[in-house]
Design a protein around this ligand. Structure first.
Ligand code: GLN
Length: 484
């Protein structure tokens, strides 16, 4: 009981921490920050043309700006579901998107272009049909290629597609013109096809329900166009990006020839990139720890209800709900559950994403823990229960004093296994834009275009935690055995 209250206390503390206060109303912008010069990361911050414009608009309208980095194919859903107020991510205005959300007045024109390797046999759009094309999932580049050329390979962001092109996994990448220029200046051995595929306009996306915000945005945007501020922001970031790109170029041309030490430095030391892994690691541990606790509590209660119902025929209705819970949770992928909890159930709540993840993984794990506990309880010989009852103990007393302690010992290995699975499952947290360990590695990958070091580092960290966890469970098992 004591432990249970402790858990409730920790959970409420977590809830309280997640509701920060400020006097200004909040404006949440969502973006996908591997799209330079429109949005990119510098250290912990998201910077670029879009954040700069939105920051000015937020200041003018008296909002406190909050920026969230998520996958591009989620930014419009985030606005539509009320999770965010505005999506600013180099978003092209299209008729289909207009059915889902409202667009502000456009702020820039753009094009889809084709990047190929210098020595590529591809010279015209016609040539593309015979080759493997990479795109960023859900972008207008993706739509264009799918509709007019062929089925492309879809990547989570443009940087990953370019990495695949550089390492020979693709023959061409279709992407927006400005980011293409930046990628080209950061990587040697790439060129653009002379003719762009499309001509488009970017605008910011706002929910159809928020007409007032749309009007406010349009008013400030038009002012920024008239007084030249918009142009100067765009110019500033374009110049800045080609300058930093030139810095990278020197290192990158050497990159293939230098040893492991320098690759290590580029991936982890430069710009303190190891911090992405360290902070991600903490987030992963935090989510896993609280989700395990929550899963244990849910699992224990459900197992108790279910085994009592099976053994005594009582608690028919709670048992029915428990069975429903087990069926639904075990019958659907955890990443879908996470997305439903984030976008649908907490759709219009301003709730901390870490808490959402704890709830999603906790509820998910609870279902598996419940069955593990139930198996444990049912494995205890019926005679034990009968013996307890004939000594005058009640059903629950016998459970508590005799059955559960033995059951717990029996299920310990299975429980340990469930914790390990849970820890690794949290690696899908990136889907709701949480920066866990896996996402930390992804961010490094998108900045250094190196797949090897970030992925191996992430894998080694998970492995180390799992080995540590296994040895802990082993020790606990031994202790319990000695106590027998
Ligand atoms: N402009 C493209 C689109 O709207 C790509 C945007 C992006 O990748 N951030 O689909």
């Amino acid at each position: 009981m004591k432990r249970f209250s402790c858990f409730i206390f920790l959970l409420s503390a977590l809830l309280l921490c997640s509701c920060g206060k400020s006097d200004k109303p909040k404006l949440t912008m969502v973006t996908e920050a591997t799209f330079p010069p429109y949005e990119f990361r510098t250290g912990d911050k998201v910077d670029g043309i879009d954040p700069a414009i939105i920051r000015h608009i937020a200041d003018t309208l008296g909002y406190e700006l909050k920026i969230q980095d998520m996958s591009f194919d989620s930014v419009i859903t985030a606005v539509q579901s009320g999770k965010a107020d505005v999506a600013a991510s180099g978003i092209t205005v299209t008729e289909d998107r207009k059915k889902q959300i409202n667009f502000t007045v456009p702020y820039v024109t753009a094009q889809q272009v084709v990047i190929v390797k210098d020595n590529s046999p591809i010279h015209t759009t016609e040539d593309l049909k015979k080759y493997t094309i990479g795109v960023q999932h859900g972008t207008t580049g993706d739509l264009f290629v799918t509709k007019n050329i062929k089925e492309p390979q879809r990547f989570a962001n443009g940087a990953l597609a370019v990495t695949a092109l550089v390492s020979g996994k693709l023959d061409a990448v279709v992407i927006d013109g400005e980011p293409a220029q930046v990628y080209l200046s950061q990587q040697t051995g790439l060129r653009l096809l002379p003719r762009p595929l499309t001509s488009e306009e970017y605008a910011f996306a706002i929910s159809k329900k928020n007409v007032k915000l749309l009007e406010d945005f349009n008013r400030v945007l038009n002012e920024m166009k008239a007084n030249g501020l918009l142009d100067s922001i765009i110019r500033k970031y374009k110049e800045q990006n080609t300058e930093t790109a030139a810095d990278l170029l020197v290192e990158d041309s050497k990159y293939f020839w230098i040893g492991v030490k320098e690759a290590f430095e580029l991936n982890f030391i430069k710009d303190k990139r190891y911090l992405y892994l360290w902070r991600g690691f903490l987030v992963t541990l935090y989510i896993s720890f609280f989700a395990v606790l929550m899963g244990l509590v849910i699992g224990f209660v459900v197992a108790l209800i279910r085994s009592t119902a099976i053994q005594t025929g009582r608690y028919k209705i709670p048992d029915f709900f428990c069975r429903m819970y087990l069926t639904v949770i075990r019958g659907t992928p955890v990443v879908v559950q996470l997305l439903i909890i984030y976008f649908v159930i907490f759709g219009s709540w301003d709730i901390d994403k870490v808490l959402v993840a704890v709830i999603a993984f906790g509820i998910n794990s609870g279902a598996y823990v419940a069955e593990i506990f139930r198996a444990g309880i049912m494995s205890i010989d019926k005679g034990q229960m009968e013996a307890g009852r004939s000594l005058g103990l009640s059903y629950f007393q016998t459970m508590r004093e005799i059955v559960i302690p033995q059951a717990f010992k029996n299920v310990l290995p299975a429980l340990g296994n469930e914790f390990i699975v849970l820890l690794k499952e949290t690696s899908v947290s990136g889907y709701i834009a949480l920066q866990d360990l896996t996402k930390g590695g992804d961010i490094i990958r998108s900045q250094t275009y190196d797949a090897f070091f970030p992925l191996i580092a992430v894998a080694l960290i998970y492995l180390a935690v799992v080995i540590f966890l296994s040895s802990l469970m082993g020790k606990l098992e031994k202790r319990l055995k000695e106590n027998e």
